[in-house]
Design a binder for this molecule. Structure first.
Ligand code: ACM
Ligand code: ZN
Length: 554
């Protein structure tokens, strides 16, 4: 056994054997998500007090911003007023980036050789001298500041901080949370709150679902009518497609300026926004404005109810590709994300089967049913290929829902497995990168409590926090080599039945806490009872921020 491995075991044992006291005056480092290792000596403490300084490299704006975050959060959670004392080597709190060598040496890895997980890592030491935070990058400093924020939930100064050495690093590089703002629109401040909650939990990818049958919510400057008209539905069905409608116009979209503002806001919190233009199905918002892009020519309403529409973009109309490239071109201008999601789910093929233009296109491409992939599924793959090539010219990687496997996968597409884990497993076996968000464990639009009668109406299903917590993204069915294609897990929050922020956060919390330990912590550390004991502190934080959550847990 190697020494670092032994040290790790000792650290984990120490963390388990020495539960830290949780009275209001004492810091508790056992936060959510649980850090990789905590070696604490609870018999000795450092007293964190008003007026103490935070030292940092003031010439670096990213480090300075994190120092500011730390100061703000400590004041909020513990009422301790720290001071920013840049470049003061004597300050009680020191933030530092580890000096990385230009090239890998025996002792240290160069930044360029580090995994995304190592780039996000950090160490915190608390001793008689104070608190020292070191990391490989400013991102690590941010995660360290979040850990201190959650550790310090205390009544008032001075806060006793047990001496400790903490090392932390996420398990997965991709730690996703999805938000559907198309079925219901959520304002920019609410999306920022959502990003704040993600960042608090170490999540780093916001999958932002911004176009749908029920509304197109992304401004495209070359097509001004698209969002202006395509974002508005005349009314919304009441309940589960009851046939009774509310008679209220409903709409809202994000200007490109607002999208850029969100991208920057998220980036400062180490969250990347992955926009999704769901194509070629789920397109009623766009078809309403451009009926010529549908197989029948329309007219098409922006859908006032839920489900899967058989009206989809016409694959045989050359204007369809022109339209999609215009949209994706502007999308790439606004969102710097390496990943762009093109949807691809739930695209019924009835219209394509009957449409002369679609059939002529299939013939022109020489598509025939090969027993495994139907002509129409291959037609969808052809569209995916076009989108993939377009995105790759702009240096982006395409993500698609697992239906993109049905017509034969494109070369570099990333598969998001949602209809269970089968698609993800198949894709990893074919050496494709995969994001795991199976509806069995990751669909947080499902009910989280058995008794539905005293909860807001939802889409159905039952996904308790314990089941999210118990999810293991690396299936036993995969070899170690195949497992390396799994980028990480993601929870999905669809909003057909979620119209208000209070309900949105109720659905999110505490299942976000649960997925954060799946994404961040090592599997050997996971223990649901222990998680439940740590959760009340997070709830106090939500209370202090005025954020709604589900109080019960199953
Ligand atoms: C999906 O839930 N339709 C991807
Ligand atoms: Zn067609």
């Amino acid at each position: 056994m190697t020494r670092p491995f032994l040290r790790c075991i000792v650290a984990l044992c120490a963390a388990m054997l020495l539960p830290l006291p949780t009275n209001a005056q004492t810091a508790d480092y056992r936060v959510i998500p649980l850090p990789t290792s905590i070696v604490a000596d609870t018999t000795r403490t450092f007293a964190l007090n008003d007026g103490m300084g935070i030292a940092y490299d003031s010439s670096n704006p990213d480090i300075s911003r994190n120092a500011q975050f730390l100061k703000q959060w400590v004041a909020e959670v513990a009422g301790v007023q720290l001071q920013l004392t840049p470049d003061n080597k004597k300050a009680a709190i020191q933030l530092a980036i580890r000096k990385a060598p230009a090239k890998t040496t025996k002792k240290a890895k160069a930044l360029a050789d580090m995994t995304p997980q190592e780039l996000a890592a950090y160490d915190i030491t608390v001793d008689a001298r104070g608190i020292r935070i070191t990391a490989n990058t400013d991102e690590g400093l941010f995660h360290a500041a979040q850990t201190l924020r959650k550790s310090l939930l205390a009544a008032k100064a001075p806060v006793r901080m047990p001496f400790a050495t903490i090392h932390d690093q996420p398990r997965f590089e991709y730690r996703g949370v999805h938000l559907d703002v198309a079925r219901h629109y959520f304002s920019v401040p609410v999306v920022k709150q959502y990003i704040d909650l993600m960042a608090m939990h170490g999540c780093n990818q916001l999958h932002w679902h911004i176009t749908e049958d029920q509304g197109w919510r992304f401004e495209v400057k070359a097509l001004p009518e698209l969002a202006r008209k395509g974002s508005i539905r005349e009314q919304t069905v009441i309940g589960r497609n009851t046939g009774v409608y509310d008679g209220q116009r409903y709409g809202g979209y994000y200007t490109q300026e607002e999208c850029r503002e969100l991208v920057n806001y998220a980036a400062q919190r180490y969250v990347n926004i992955i926009p999704e233009i769901d194509l070629p199905g789920h397109m009623m918002g766009a078809l309403h404005v451009f009926p010529n892009l549908g197989c029948t020519g329309g007219p098409y309403p922006v859908w006032p109810h839920w489900g899967v529409s058989r009206e989809v973009l016409c694959a045989g109309n050359p204007e369809t590709l022109t339209f999609l490239k215009t949209v994706l071109g502007e999308l790439c201008d606004v969102f710097p994300s390496k990943y762009i999601h093109i949807g691809g789910d739930e695209c019924p093929k009835q219209r394509w089967k009957q449409c002369p233009k679609c059939q002529a296109k299939a013939q022109e491409l020489g598509l025939t049913d090969d027993g495994q992939h139907s002509v129409e599924n291959q037609l969808q793959t052809w569209i995916n290929h076009e989108m993939e090539a377009f995105l790759r010219e702009r240096g982006r990687d395409m993500i698609g829902w697992d239906e993109v496997l049905e017509g034969g996968l494109t070369e570099s597409g990333i598969v998001m497995s949602w209809r269970g884990v089968k698609g993800g497993i198949a894709a990893a076996r074919e050496k494709h990168r995969v994001i795991m968000s199976p509806n069995s464990h990751c669909y947080i639009d499902y009910y989280q409590l058995k008794e539905q009668w005293n909860q807001p109406e939802g889409i159905g299903g039952y996904l308790p926090t314990s089941k999210v917590y118990g999810y293991e993204p690396l299936s036993d069915e995969l070899t170690d080599e195949e497992k390396s294609y799994i980028l990480g897990p993601q929870v999905n929050l669809w909003t057909e039945y979620v119209a208000f922020p209070q309900h949105l956060f109720y659905m999110l919390l505490p299942r976000l806490d649960a997925i954060s330990e799946v994404q961040w912590s090592q599997p050997g550390q996971k223990d649901f009872d222990d998680f439940c004991r740590r959760l009340p502190r997070m709830k106090r934080l939500y209370d202090s921020l005025g954020i709604n959550y589900c109080h019960a847990i199953e």
